[in-house]
Design a protein around this ligand. Structure first.
Ligand code: ADP
Length: 170
């Protein structure tokens, strides 16, 4: 039993996903994105709705400081509620990024029209969603949003709840 749990936990990867303020402002769009998460067999390990202060936004996007869109991005991300998720499944990081589609909305529309950004993105900044792009960024970003989350033993602790169907997992 323990062996099985360890094997399953190894196959699962976790990532940080955000439904950004532009999408949360439209309940039908945020609901469609949430449904996509469930349809794609992600386990919703943790989720919360929150509003950033400007300095949260500045810290999270510090790597983009100095770029022409930085001020716009920081203002947008602190402009209203967003929804943050820890999502788990095999290849969660790359799978979520593939579902989101390219960063820039016009590219997403033409190259990946069925992607989330292709369908719902408004502009290059207001592009509906965020997803970690590597194991390191997933770890850092999960800690940013969910500092109490224990990445080492979350599966062992949460498994009974997952098995009982307590978590969203279609
Ligand atoms: P991604 O979110 O796809 O990982 P980046 O990390 O490069 O992309 O950028 C972070 C966010 O900054 C993007 O999701 C988008 O909101 C904004 N952004 C990136 N590039 C541009 C751009 N050229 N013009 C406007 N906003 C941008």
């Amino acid at each position: 039993m323990v062996f099985l749990a360890v094997r399953r936990a190894k196959a699962l990867q976790i990532t940080l996903a955000i439904i950004k303020p532009d999408a949360v402002a439209h309940p039908l769009i945020s609901e469609a994105i949430h449904q996509k998460i469930l349809d794609q067999q992600f386990i919703v390990v943790r989720s919360k709705e929150l509003i950033w202060r400007r300095d949260d936004s500045e810290r999270f996007y510090a790597e983009h400081k100095g770029r022409f869109f930085y001020q716009r991005l920081v203002e947008f991300m602190s402009s209203g509620p967003m929804r943050a998720y820890i999502l788990a499944r095999e290849n969660a990081i790359s799978h979520w990024r593939e579902l989101m589609g390219p960063t820039k909305t016009y590219r997403a529309r033409y190259l990946s029209p069925e992607s989330i950004r292709g369908k719902y993105g408004l502009t290059d900044t207001r592009n509906t969603t965020h997803g970690s792009d590597s194991l390191d960024s997933a770890e850092r970003e999960i800690a940013f949003f969910f500092p109490e989350f224990n990445k080492k033993c979350w599966y062992e602790m949460d498994e009974p709840l997952i098995r009982a169907g307590y978590y969203s997992y279609s």
